[in-house]
Design a protein around this ligand. Structure first.
Ligand code: CMP
Length: 161
């Protein structure tokens, strides 16, 4: 392509990284393949992929912006209740495009066609988390994939900046 982006999700202008976490409800229901395949079919590339059981302090770090909110305790106990699958995805406008695919926070009011709208009904157990901004991505990725940003900077493959 003239802009060097190499097609959908390629490596040029507009290319971004984002983080998703398939939550314990979706992992236990066997939905990991379905969810990852939606992103692959859309054209996103999986740069990192990890099955993790979050400990309490790691979960509190991950959800630090929500500390003090009335749902914080139930959120931490839910996200530490079983394995999650975390992934770094790369593609054009990844942060906003992935958020649009995921749908609104409350699955019960998420429209059909979105991941939450098709696969869930919960609010805390809402199938999947996705970074909501570049700042959130950079904070969250270092909790789940420590050293990711410095490795990217060293390799000179940072998509953003
Ligand atoms: P997530 O995208 O992982 O970001 C924060 C999470 O807090 C959110 O999805 C929900 O699972 C959870 N949560 C629970 N209660 C609420 C609430 N009242 N408002 C927003 N998020 C909530």
């Amino acid at each position: 392509m003239a802009d060097g982006s190499g097609g959908s999700g390629g490596s040029g202008r507009g290319l971004e990284r984002t983080l998703i976490v398939v939550k314990p409800d979706a992992v236990s229901r066997g939905l990991v393949g379905e969810i990852l395949s939606r992103f692959e079919r859309r054209g996103f590339r999986i740069l990192e992929l990890r099955l993790l059981k979050l400990g309490r302090s790691q979960a509190e770090d991950f959800y630090r912006p929500h500390a003090g909110k009335e749902f914080f305790e139930s959120l931490i106990s839910f996200i530490t209740s079983g394995p999650v699958v975390a992934a770094v995805l790369e593609g054009r406008n990844a942060i906003s495009a992935v958020r649009a695919m995921v749908g609104p926070t409350d699955s019960a009011s998420a429209p059909p066609g979105t991941i939450r709208g098709d696969l869930g009904l919960g609010l805390t157990d809402n199938v999947i988390h996705a970074s909501d901004s570049r700042e959130s991505f950079e904070r969250e990725v270092e909790v789940l994939f420590p050293g990711f940003l410095s490795r990217e900077a060293e390799a000179g493959t940072s998509a953003q900046g």
